[in-house]
Design a protein. Sequence first.
Length: 365
Amino acid sequence: MSNRILVTGGAGFIGSALVRYIVKTTDYNVANFDKLTYAGNLDSLERVSGSLCYSFFQEDIANASALDRVFSEFQPTHIMHLAAESHVDRSIDGPSDFIQTNIVGTYTLLEVVRRYWLSLGKSDQSVFRFHHISTDEVYGDLENTSDLFTETTAYAPSSPYSASKASSDHLVRAWHRTYGLPVVITNCSNNYGPYHFPEKLIPHMILNALSGKPLPVYGDGSQIRDWLYVEDHARALLRVATEGRVGETYNIGGHNEKTNLEVVETICDLLQEMSPPGTYPHLRWQPASTVAHYRELITFVKDRPGHDVRYAIDASKIERELGWLPQESFDTGIRKTVQWYLDNPEWWQRVLSGEYQLDRLGENA
């Protein structure tokens, strides 16, 4: 029987990239289970929504009866769990949603999955996998060290977001250890690429720059992140779900450490090349006068509370065991990303036409 993969959070940034990749490259059936909160966007799936292999369920992972109904109808062989509140700044302003979705929602999903798995025949049980997708932020900070996060690094989350994801990771491991549920876990570095919700750093800077608005950089911009192109991540996720060893954790990183300031400056330089200040036709230039270079828009603002200094992933395990390596360097990936935003104003204009405004979050703590 062909794999039947249920993706929670499949309308989000990483989830939609995963759904697009599965539909385009396999004959698997894919069910997208998404509540469609502020960051869920079905426009990101327009290119695959007509596929006979794709179905969509607008439901909440905290709703056990809805989960039971969808499981009964779709009969998944794999669960890939991405549904989560995922923005650090939003977690600082309002942590409650992160507790409810990332912890309570994951618990509810695990219990439904456990009942479903126990109802399967032995051969179907042996095929079944629950893949929990998490973040490197659960490991905390690598300040003043050249070390890398490995799969055995102790958890030390700093923000309400990372604490909620750490909690969900622990629940998944407990359901494996206690009940024998066949799980795999991945922890990834910072993702970027097409269809990224505009409150995140890279699209936020692209769209602010094209409008001539300030480019706010926290602190002095020296915080370091490892950047992973989202389509590389999607390839890794499917590889782990279908080939990873039960009970194992795999770190997924892009091998691209950059300071936040370097990232913003790179965006400015690419935009300077592709669409000089004041020339982009799809956004009104805000200032009364133009600037000579986008870098002039960079402003340094108060750092957010508990801001980790450095994240960096050791992804040697997934390379060694599953043969995965990122295909995009940061230079190639960020060029593709900037070009995508320039070429697809209809996508981000629909996002920005709602309540969302291009303002920084996480400053109300």
